[in-house]
Write a protein that binds this ligand. Structure first.
Ligand code: SME
Length: 155
């Protein structure tokens, strides 16, 4: 199966899984599992935009770890920080072919070498991000972006 064919199947599975459930955390959990199982990525999960636990720093919201598959990860990421915070700030998908060359990359795991972060939106506003890490360099391209953006629209 080509990568596109795998994504087409994954999209159909994800649509079926979320169809009967309105709870977004439950849907994020199964969508993360489906993506992770299909491609065998190193880490696949969500960070939700949530109230900051230290608003004294100025920003009232930050990314907080949500449902994921893979090793334990950083729990809070500030606005504009790392690949995740950058995708949130820009409100667009960020593809990083080599995380070691991304200024401000937050290394939750030294095993990660490339990454994609896709915003999850409600009424145009970012409410979460989907973050996927790969042990290989240059894992993610426009095909991943195209299908992952469609998958997060299901949430
Ligand atoms: N590398 C991410 C942090 C999250 S972990 O990869 C799971 C970043 O730079 O935002």
């Amino acid at each position: 199966m080509t990568k596109e064919e795998k994504y087409q199947e994954l999209l159909a599975q994800a649509a079926a899984v979320v169809a009967g459930e309105t709870d977004m955390i439950a849907n994020m959990a199964n969508v993360a599992a489906l993506i992770h199982e299909t491609f065998g990525f190193w880490w696949t999960g969500f960070y939700r935009v949530a109230p900051s636990d230290s608003p004294i720093k100025g920003e009232r919201k930050e990314l907080v770890l949500g449902p994921f598959q893979g090793p334990p990860a950083c729990m809070r990421i500030p606005y504009g920080k790392g690949v995740c915070g950058t995708a949130w700030e820009k409100n667009e998908t960020v593809i990083v072919p080599n995380v070691h060359e991304f200024a401000g990359h937050i290394a939750c795991s030294s095993e990660s070498n490339s990454e994609i972060v896709v915003p999850v939106r409600r009424n145009g506003e970012v409410i979460a991000v989907l973050d996927i890490d790969s042990k290989e360099f240059n894992t993610f391209d426009e095909i991943d972006k195209k299908y992952l953006e469609q998958i997060v629209k299901l949430l």
